[in-house]
Design a protein around this ligand. Structure first.
Ligand code: ADP
Ligand code: MG
Length: 238
């Protein structure tokens, strides 16, 4: 699905978190929202998800106005920095959770769920670890499980908010490659929030640079690096 954000504004009391932000993301694109802490990245992602409602402006998925749709009806998968897995459930149960929660007529049967979990474990390269519990995994493995869980219900849009922020540099790079490979394979429209420019430029097809609740520049990584369009972008990249 494509995503269009039109003139979205959001304030928290007197503080303007988003100031009439507009952004168009094509079907299958991988976009990074990059900017310093407090620039509005998480708020924008949450408005797109339906976890937060804007004060003004609209959100469209393809041609459908989803502005007033609740999060559970938007067909989105999420991964957050500290995506708490259920500690008392195995990896396989964690991944199956969203499918098991579907109402009767939408829920795949037990065999189909098991097959889907096996596919997802393979996809995130944890094929043999379905029987483990979260505390028996490394941080990087846990985020792979979180990613598999986010993908379980075949979302049309994948949203990630600093998902690798708590991991060390080497594991971050491995997960980056894994995520990019999964994106190549599934082609899901993806938005990835980060304050790490190396990560944004390595992963994304297009990067939106946020500053004070506005998008300063939205371009390919090479375009931004070669032709920063404002003093802020120039200084931020320096
Ligand atoms: P980022 O993810 O880029 O660090 P955020 O979108 O989280 O930025 O926040 C943007 C601004 O909005 C910040 O100044 C932050 O303090 C403020 N903000 C975000 N969420 C809330 C909230 N629930 N209540 C009050 N202020 C908030
Ligand atoms: Mg944030």
């Amino acid at each position: 699905m494509s995503i269009e954000v039109r003139e979205i504004s959001k304030a928290f009391q007197a503080h303007v978190a988003l100031a009439a932000v507009s952004l168009k993301i094509e079907q299958g694109d991988f976009v990074a929202l990059l900017g310093p802490s407090g620039s509005g990245k998480t708020t924008l992602l949450r408005v797109i998800a339906g976890l937060e409602y804007a004060d003004a402006g609209r959100v469209y998925f393809t041609d459908i106005d989803v502005t007033n749709k609740p999060v559970q009806d938007r067909g989105i998968g999420f991964v957050f920095q500290n995506y708490a897995l259920f500690r008392h459930m195995t990896v396989a149960k964690n991944i199956a959770f969203g499918m098991n929660m579907l109402p009767g007529k939408l829920r795949p049967d037990a065999n189909a769920i098991e097959k889907r979990v096996a596919e997802l474990l393979e996809l995130v390269q944890l094929a043999d670890l379905g029987g483990r519990y979260p505390n028996q995994l490394s941080g990087g493995q846990r985020q792979r499980v979180a990613l598999a869980r986010a993908l379980a219900r075949e979302p049309k849009i994948l949203l990630l908010d600093e998902p690798f922020g708590a991991l060390d540099a080497k594991v971050r790079r491995e997960l980056r490659l894994a995520l990019r490979a999964i994106h190549e394979r599934l082609g899901i429209t993806t938005i990835f929030v980060t304050h790490d420019q190396e990560e944004a430029f390595a992963l994304a097809d297009h990067v939106a640079i946020l500053h004070n609740g506005k998008i300063e520049q939205f371009d390919s990584p090479s375009q931004i690096q070669q032709l920063p369009n404002s003093e802020f972008v120039r200084a931020f990249l320096a």
